[in-house]
Ligand binder design. Structure first.
Ligand code: SAM
Length: 430
């Protein structure tokens, strides 16, 4: 078993690309969509290879289901949970054990979509704010025509349709102006707004439509082929639910306790997964208006987008029962005292993040078997140059809850900021 580095010498302060999602693009189903929340399949496989082989695995913050997919391929029964319905759909599409006939049917339906691709009856464009920044006019019209044809040919949800929708997502993102080279998304270019008259007029022809359909067919073949080669051995599933009430979510699913948790929770870095995932969520109908995105971000731990930010000002910590490590209290004092416009709001953001994580750990301990192992991959952050040692605060909370063997290993440097790292926090249920 290759060891995860546990100590850092100045020479080893590297960005260790093998521990980022970049690895996943070449790993079968893991490479279906390149979504920023994903962590590295290499890391998960290393943790799995240190287990005995039959442990029941839980990932309470599923994201793209990296943990559950790796675990089920390696023969472990696994369950994961996410608050985002798009990620729950996508995770279950990745985990499905496709039969040969389902995959054949998926390719046949795709051929019919190519034959019946009809540019004169596109679906309405998804109501994404500033949609013209995302796609140029021809690309947008093509995507609307492809999606409408796909829905007409395959009306009902099915494993076959999921293959085609994943292929649609691949092309939708490839044709967009979004760039995901940084930690969060930016636009390659700002394009001219599309005049309203053009947006709604029926296009007579597309210069690239048929080429793009051939590209889409290649995506379908890629998704079907990787689904064929990379089959989960064990049944695994993603549940829709809130990690702050993980005991309730999992209780309704299964009564047996979990023996291992492998996860990467949201980091307290103000990144909004909803913001990043908007294009997928609008095109696939998981979001219909901006207000819903803000609501969902408020439910997400660490969410700060739209309405979630304004709600933060009114948020109060639950009246009792939340443990706050002493180090966190002093950091909150330091940040609140900064003479900056948003210092009070940011201190509240951090306080809420750790209150939410405390609720998570408290619920979690109720559904773990004795000796269950915990593996949390998380990054630290800075606020107005004050370091937030997330790993130490996790360790303090786990110790307070009676977990033993609590350890912190540094995995990698996160980016050019010298103080930002990713950590692997381990603990055992007594
Ligand atoms: C860092 S990502 C997980 C990435 C994952 N390991 C992967 O490889 O894709 C954190 C995830 O936590 C989810 N999340 C945020 N708040 C949550 C909550 N209250 N309950 C459950 N999941 C939540 C987010 O939607 C996001 O998918």
């Amino acid at each position: 078993m290759q060891q995860i580095p546990t100590t850092l010498s100045p020479r080893s302060l590297r960005q260790n690309a093998e521990y980022t999602f970049k690895q996943n693009t070449r790993a079968g189903r893991h490479g279906w969509l390149r979504l920023t929340p994903a962590y590295s399949v290499t890391l998960v496989n290393q943790i799995l290879s240190g287990l005995q082989g039959r442990e029941r695995i839980l990932d309470p913050f599923s994201g793209t289901a990296t943990t559950t997919l790796s675990a089920s391929i390696a023969g472990f029964p696994a369950v994961s949970v996410d608050i985002n319905p798009f990620l729950v759909w996508f995770g279950n599409a990745k985990l499905h054990r496709y039969t040969a006939s389902e995959l054949l049917r998926a390719e046949q339906i795709a051929e019919r979509v190519v034959r019946e691709y009809d540019t004169s009856a596109p679906m309405a464009f998804p109501p994404i704010h500033n949609i013209e920044r995302w796609w140029n006019t021809s690309e947008l019209r093509h995507l609307a025509a492809l999606k409408a044809t796909l829905e007409r040919v395959a009306e009902v949800s099915s494993p076959e349709k999921n293959i085609l929708l994943v292929a649609f997502c691949r092309q939708m993102m490839r044709l967009s102006n979004a760039a995901f080279n940084h930690q969060s998304m930016s636009f390659k270019q700002v394009v001219e707004p599309i005049p309203q008259t053009q947006l709604f007029e029926k296009p007579s022809s597309f210069s690239h439509g048929q080429d793009w359909m051939q590209d889409w067919m290649q995506d379908v073949e890629f998704v079907a082929e990787t689904a064929r080669q990379h089959t989960p051995v064990q049944e695994a599933t993603v549940l829709l639910g809130d990690g702050r009430r993980i005991d309730e979510v999992c209780h309704t699913y299964h009564n047996a306790p979990f023996e291992c948790v492998i996860t990467s929770p949201p980091y307290p870095n103000r990144m909004s997964y909803i913001r990043e995932l908007r294009p997928y969520m609008y095109w696939l109908g998981f979001l219909n208006e901006a207000r819903e995105a803000g609501e969902l971000d408020w439910q997400a731990i660490g969410g700060t987008w739209g309405i979630a930010t304004s709600r933060l000002s009114d948020w109060q910590p639950p009246p009792n029962g939340i443990f706050m490590p002493p180090a966190l209290q002093s950091i909150l004092g330091i940040i609140t005292a900064k003479d900056e416009k948003n210092s009070v709001l940011l201190a509240r953001y951090i306080e809420k993040y750790f209150a939410d994580m405390w609720l998570h750990f408290e619920g979690l301990q109720r559904i773990l078997a004795p000796n269950a192992q915990l593996h949390y991959i998380v990054g630290n952050s800075t606020f107005y140059e004050t370091l937030l040692p997330v790993e130490e605060l996790y360790a303090a909370m786990l110790t307070e809850l009676g977990f033993i063997n609590v350890g912190i290993a540094t995995i990698r440097k996160r980016n050019s900021k010298k103080e930002l790292f990713e950590f692997h926090i381990t603990a055992t249920k007594a």
